[in-house]
Design a protein around this ligand. Sequence first.
Ligand code: PTJ
Length: 249
Amino acid sequence: MSKIPRDHPRYHSLKTREKISDAMKEGLVHSTGLIAHGRGEAFDYLFGEKTNNFADISEKVAACVLLLADDPVISVNGNVVSLSSKDCVILSETIPAKIEVNLFHRTDERIRLLTDRLKSDGSKKVYGLSGDAKITGLSHDRGICDKDGIFSSDLVLVPLEDGDRCKALKDMGKKVITIDLNPLSRTAKTADITIVDNIIRAIPNIIKWAKDLKEKDGEYLREIIDSYDNEKNLKESLDFISKRLNSLD
Ligand code: PTJ
């Protein structure tokens, strides 16, 4: 039972820590996932723990790109499932998009546990277990994927990872959306659309935008996408941090 009092000023942050720590004890999250979470928390603190305007714009554009894709896949790891399993399932149904478990620290046991969690949260089909294809040019286990999932997709949503998979996916001709609180990460700089926001807030806001925009025609969505500049958006996120650090706000 949680000993965190509701009136603690850091209540939500501490509850989230507890959630991810429990998920590690259950075997869903890898121990290094806690370190990744800490890095995210530090950036979230600098961003005021809210969805800023630049993030809201990326979330709207992400919804448009997902709605226009032929075969989109939401790629999930231990951290993503432990924090946002239900939201990932709702997003996959809203678009619709496939969900695939893709792990850096890959074991059959973790894939099974994460698949079971997504299924108990409502997902009818989860990809990732067969691992019958390879992302070209990746030597580590994050390169193992499903032929009918990530391998044959045209768009992949890749939240919470800093590494070389984003570039490898782009080299295969896919579009990539990432959710990453660190605007300086390799993935943040390589993706087509970088959402600098906490996944806990980002996925519900993409769902909201997707519901709002679902009935619009392709031309309307393409105009929103064409007016977006990822590099400019990343720069705005960095300007936000530097202004905040200079103003002691
Ligand atoms: O589950 P596995 O085996 O695939 O392992 C996952 C690891 C831990 C390897 C994966 O999460 C990872 O690659 O971690 P990194 O390299 O530390 O990258 C994670 C990125 O996500 C960092 O840039 C963090 O700032 C960011 N991040 C962490 N928590 C959040 C976040 N971004 C948005 N929302 C968060 N809650």
